[in-house]
Design a protein around this ligand. Sequence first.
Ligand SMILES: Cc1cc2nc3c(=O)[nH]c(=O)nc-3n(C[C@H](O)[C@H](O)[C@H](O)COP(=O)(O)OP(=O)(O)OC[C@H]3O[C@@H](n4cnc5c(N)ncnc54)[C@H](O)[C@@H]3O)c2cc1C
Length: 390
Amino acid sequence: MKDMSFALTDDQKALKTAVYDLCKQYTGEYWRELDAKREYPDAFINDLTKAGYLAVLIPQEYGGAGLGIMEAALILEEINRSGGNGGACHAQMYIMGTVLRHGSEPQKRQYLPKLATGELRLQAFGVTEPNAGSDTTKLQTTAIKKGDRYVVNGQKMFISRVLQSDLMLLLARTTPVDQVKKKTDGLSVFLIDIREAKGKGLDVRPLRMMMNHSTNALFFDNLEIPASSLIGQEGKGFSYILDGMNAERILVASDSLGDARWFIEKAVAYSSQRVIFGKPIGANQGVQFPIAKAYMAIEAADLMRTKAAKLFDADISCGPEANMAKYLASEAAIEAGNACIDCHGGYGFAEEYDIERKFRESRLYRAAPINNNLIMAYVGEHVLGMPRSY
Ligand SMILES: Cc1cc2nc3c(=O)[nH]c(=O)nc-3n(C[C@H](O)[C@H](O)[C@H](O)COP(=O)(O)OP(=O)(O)OC[C@H]3O[C@@H](n4cnc5c(N)ncnc54)[C@H](O)[C@@H]3O)c2cc1C
């Protein structure tokens, strides 16, 4: 790539400001109350949808803004930097990518314009299973074709926003693993209408998690879905999911960068004004250096995220950069969160300061949507050419 300038355009800077200003209307109190009740941020999501921010990646011909992953990344960063939680937003942005890339033209015409206006929500993505975990090809949920229907049976774990979405993308096995050449074959992606499925073969059981994430266990018991729910070709679902991974990594890295920046802004402000032993605590190197160190980690992660996004938008392969960005940003957020809690003393643990909430929220991204261990395994194997560990 000849031009690797990381400077933002004037439009991107204006986008950041506009998103931040909108998000700031949703105060810490708003997020805290939702967190306590484990409720979905409906008003916030509706406002962002109305402003067109969640449809940023949907092409204009389907009613979206048709912008790049860089713009989507900046939106998520600002949501999280403002003190909010962009989990539902990043899901809406990337899950629809599978429909966009692999759906038929009628499917795209049916769903994408309604996703762009907010008439429909697609924020649920069912991959993880209790007996497969990170080893996706071992998943046991089956979808067996019977005439013009598929019949789905199995169980999914930790599937977020099922009760707040109209549609869910589901990965299920359509050909038994012992009947395919490669274990990655025989998996298929379906776009399920949750409203029709609930209670008719789909049972949704909410899980109370460490953070407010609307997460559930799902049970499929002879759920019948129309054969037209299949996205793309039967048996090719694993490659479709892989296709979307780089975008997802870049978006999650941006959530983490926003969290990390929120922690640092809080830490700098507090430690500059809190006077103990006759001077601001931030004058002590024991307080200042962890904040400065975390800031450097954030800036380095930002460079990698921006490089990955620029490569992605230029249609140049960016697997290593997208993975490294997700790793670096999620670790930087944890480092910044620790520095922020530490400099706040006891107040860092008090709910009304929002730091403990943001810490819980940002901690997720070390583990999901993919664990950082597996990112290191990717770098070891695919970037450094070392032996495969799993
Ligand atoms: C709040 C929340 C929301 C989620 N939302 C969704 C969702 O909407 N949709 C969805 O499909 N999933 C979702 N997930 C699931 C998440 O993606 C999984 O937790 C994750 O993929 C790992 O699966 P597992 O939890 O079974 O862990 P396991 O695969 O059992 O792994 C456990 C630990 O072992 C490590 N490990 C395993 N194998 C190796 C190896 N070879 N080398 C090194 N370390 C290894 C892992 O890194 C991890 O630390 C969510 C999870 C959470 C916590």
